[in-house]
Design a protein around this ligand. Structure first.
Ligand code: GLU
Length: 336
């Protein structure tokens, strides 16, 4: 599993921490529950480098790593396949923290979807982060103006392990589209989607992601004209009424100069959340939770998708039980 995690040293150096994969999981598990002693290492699994999870993981890592001598705690940030990968890596003990879509947190804990009949009972939540919109980008010359128009096209629904793959399949089921028969579904990593759309190798791609983000900017900045595909109101209603974790969402167009849309684009969405395992020590989770909440102001400015965060909305959208370390902090602060 470890070899699937890609260390990206350049950004890690930029955010002031280093990957230290070798000792990470063991270091965290055997950590003494006291502030002094040996340095404890925690790895946070994120997503593709051009998404929001990766820089957000870096922002959380920076808060802790700036005080690593005080806490004897260091976070390293890994680029991974995304939410589904992160849940499985958390449950295997390969990572200690993971950014996870709220819908997949729900499904994993309940034993649904990818985890049908296999509830991930040790999955725990810390807090929620930014909203994520199920985003469909299509080349204007492919004549895709609605979800139904994806039929017959080459569509990157997302690599296995990504959250968008699950959301794309849910949307197709609601729309009566069979992805194995009605279109050519590709499973390409998010960092490659924008380039492949511009190169004409795909007609459209799915990305469940916070806005603004680098992948979408890259996708709309090329010579091939690109639009966001809106999701029709009746499809949104169907998904939101069927599933507790879906909510209506709007994709802003202002951050994306060059995109063919002129109005915010309706779709459905979820929330990004931070998860862990029940096996991760209480004081480690307490320290990370406290550091994030006591420095919300500085976290918000580290990525524009985080601007909307408040202590209150960071407690919404959590389906797995709170980890005792997070719960202790929220009780101390009267947030629960
Ligand atoms: N929501 C995506 C996933 O779970 C990742 C988005 C991002 O990297 O910002 O796979």
């Amino acid at each position: 599993m470890k070899r699937l995690l890609i260390p990206l040293l350049s950004l890690l150096l930029l955010i002031g921490c280093q990957s230290d994969k070798g000792s990470a999981p063991e270091g965290a598990k055997e950590a003494p529950a006291r502030p002094s002693g040996a340095m404890r290492f925690v790895t946070i699994g994120t997503g593709g480098v051009t998404g929001v999870y990766y820089p957000v993981g870096g922002a959380i890592g920076k808060l802790i790593n700036d005080k690593r001598d005080q806490y004897n705690l260091r976070i390293s940030v890994e680029s991974t396949g995304g939410s589904v990968f992160n849940i499985n890596a958390l449950m295997n003990g390969d990572i200690e923290l993971g950014v996870v879509q709220s819908d997949l947190q729900h499904q994993a804990f309940q034993g649904q979807g990818e985890w049908e009949g296999r509830p991930q009972a040790k999955l725990r939540s810390l807090f929620a982060l930014h909203p994520e919109a199920v985003t469909i980008l299509a080349a204007v010359d492919s004549n895709i103006e609605s979800v139904a128009d994806l039929a017959g096209k080459v569509v990157n629904i997302g690599a296995p392990g990504t959250g968008q793959r699950v959301n794309a399949l849910d949307l197709f089921a609601a729309a009566g589209i069979d992805p194995t028969r009605d279109l050519r579904a590709e499973g390409i990593r998010p960092a490659e989607s924008a380039g492949m759309l511009q190169d004409g190798r795909i007609d459209a791609f799915f990305y469940t992601v916070g806005h603004p983000n680098g992948s979408v900017k890259e996708a709309v900045a090329g010579t091939r004209k690109v639009r966001f595909v809106p999701v029709a109101a009746e499809l949104i209603d169907k998904l939101v009424s069927q599933q507790p974790y879906y909510a209506p969402a709007l994709i802003p167009v202002a951050p994306y100069p060059g995109v063919a849309n002129s109005e915010p684009v309706p779709t459905f969405g979820v929330k990004a959340t931070i998860c862990t395992s029940a096996d991760v020590p209480e004081d480690v989770v307490y320290t990370i939770t406290r550091e994030v909440f006591e420095n919300l102001e500085s976290l918000r400015v580290l990525h524009p998708a985080l601007e909307v965060l408040t202590a209150q909305n960071m407690l919404e959208g959590l389906a797995a039980p709170l980890h005792p370390g997070a719960e202790r902090y929220f009780r101390e602060k009267g947030l629960l």
